[in-house]
Design a protein around this ligand. Structure first.
Ligand code: VGL
Ligand code: ZN
Length: 212
């Protein structure tokens, strides 16, 4: 992709997990996570098509440290599907923390995709759960709707935005991450790992100002 790009009618804006629990005061706060709301609101106005994602866990979800005796948040464990970081309880279905931020104003959003609802498996990506095999249905939705380019923003840059972007690219979609409309959690080199992966895969990172 060139340095500057123009939004086209067939582009979709994927807004990842802009929820109370990922903002300061929430249960899994992303530092300055609340700062993504204003740029996302502005940027979204330029899209005909917007999809929102919502992390949506049942109580006692296996990604919660509290579900594993003697384990603490941010440790990793082996799950049947691979290594899993353990999190504080967060985004529990129907709680205030799981709600999308009340100041997220994207009235035209046409789909809210919930993920992480299977009790025994986490789902960072909006496309596949953490076993990397179980689809959420989003790829089919985007394909059927004829969207071929995805712009991503939201929380967290180094987890759900990262894995969603990588899977979008694997699905054959053209991907652009709007960096200044994301914030990162930053545990155990996650930020460096995300940046390295984007560079290796040729996933394009833009500032909102570079999108004309
Ligand atoms: C996320 C950790 C756990 C995210 C969700 O939205 O990035 N991170 N659940
Ligand atoms: Zn989660």
């Amino acid at each position: 992709m060139p340095k500057h790009i123009t939004i086209e009618p067939n582009d979709v804006f994927l807004v990842v997990d802009v929820q109370n629990d990922f903002c300061p005061g929430g249960l899994l706060p992303v530092p300055r996570g609340d700062e993504v709301v204003a740029p996302i609101n502005l940027f979204a106005r330029r899209f005909e098509h917007v999809v929102l994602t919502q992390d949506w866990h049942p109580p006692g979800h296996r990604s919660f440290a509290s579900s594993h005796r003697g384990r603490r948040p941010y440790e990793t464990i082996q799950m049947p599907y691979g290594t899993q970081t353990l999190w504080p309880d967060h985004c529990i279905q129907e709680t205030h923390g799981a709600r999308l931020r009340a100041d997220l104003l994207v009235p035209q959003a046409e789909l809210i995709l919930r993920k992480g609802f299977r009790p025994h498996m986490d789902s960072y990506s909006a496309f596949f759960e953490n076993d990397r095999k179980t689809p959420t249905g989003l790829a089919g939705y985007l394909r059927e709707r004829g969207f071929n380019r995805v712009f991503l923003a939201g929380l967290a840059f180094d987890y759900c935005v990262r894995y969603s972007a990588e899977d979008a690219q694997r699905q054959g979609l053209t991907v652009a991450i709007i960096e200044d409309a994301c914030r990162a959690i930053g545990v155990a080199g996650s930020m460096e790992a995300a940046c390295r992966s984007f560079a290796e895969r040729g996933i394009n990172i833009f500032q909102a100002s570079a999108i004309l």
